[in-house]
Write a protein that binds this ligand. Structure first.
Ligand SMILES: Nc1ccn([C@@H]2O[C@H](COP(=O)(O)OP(=O)(O)OP(=O)(O)O)[C@@H](O)[C@H]2O)c(=O)n1
Ligand SMILES: C[C@](O)(CO)[C@H](O)COP(=O)(O)O
Length: 228
């Protein structure tokens, strides 16, 4: 079995929860767009031979310009995404020819090569793997009236991150099934899980945040200053 690797970096969201006119993946951290920081980490993992950025159709040209400006043009291709994250991932998958794929949020710039590689190793052993961290808070299930219904055992709860790694053929099949059945998931592992397949959880790091809201951006600036 061959083990060639590609990666899809999704960067086609609007950043509604961030609340800025500019999409959050294009905001600058130390004079560099957030998605470029993310791409630079992936470009340092030598086993990844195909690197696709998925962005909004109207942003393809400026993404290509940034990719050129930061010297990544030999490693990275850009394609247009869709209205949901899942559509964007699918658009990226269709560009790949590798045996395995990593899917990663363009707005998780603090991932590191060692985390990416540990996810890749686990996917080659188990077929599918995701990074995650154990939840630190007590989690409650709450009903529409704001009343606590249950307290799940925290020892079995993990906060799921990206990258998420899969055999490309399996993830394409899972996306096509989800599309046919009008199922929309919040991550790619869900699409594999619903086909009855196992996904291995690999312990990541709390610093691998997704920049979602303005407080995450403050934390990202702090992390950059600290040299993460
Ligand atoms: N149609 C979409 C929606 C999201 N994403 C990407 O998926 C990642 C995680 O999504 P999220 O944090 O939800 O980003 P947004 O959709 O931009 O944010 P919001 O939900 O607040 O609008 C981001 O890198 C985002 O650019 C994407 O490529 N295509
Ligand atoms: C894929 C993901 O980053 C895993 O935590 C997350 O599910 C994306 O979710 P969002 O709804 O797009 O924030």
């Amino acid at each position: 079995m061959n083990n060639s690797w590609g990666a899809v970096i999704v960067a086609a969201g609007r950043g509604t929860r961030m609340g800025y006119a500019e999409s959050k993946q294009f905001l600058l951290l130390q004079d560099k767009p957030i998605f470029i920081h993310t791409l630079e980490v992936f470009s340092r993992v030598s086993r990844i031979k195909e690197l696709i950025v998925v962005t909004g159709a109207a942003d393809v040209a400026r993404c290509e310009e940034w990719i050129h400006k930061f010297g990544l043009e030999d490693q990275v291709r850009v394609t247009a995404g869709g209205s949901e994250r899942q559509d964007s991932v699918y658009a990226g998958l269709k560009e790949l020819t590798s045996d395995y794929v990593l899917v990663h949020d363009g707005v998780r710039p603090f991932v590191t090569p060692d985390l990416i590689e540990s996810c890749m190793e686990a996917a080659m052993e188990h077929g599918a793997a995701v990074l995650a961290v154990p939840v630190k808070d007590t989690i409650k299930q709450v009903n529409e009236e704001g009343i606590i219904m249950s307290t799940p055992d925290r020892r079995s709860l993990w906060s799921i991150q990206t990258p998420q790694a899969f055999r490309l053929s399996a993830l394409l099949e899972a996306h096509e099934r989800a599309k046919q059945e009008a199922f929309l998931g919040t991550d790619d592992a869900m699409l594999i899980e619903r086909l009855g397949k196992q996904v291995k959880v690999v312990e990541g790091r709390y610093t691998n945040i997704k920049i979602t809201t303005p407080d995450d951006l403050d934390y990202a600036v702090f992390m950059q200053k600290r040299g993460e």
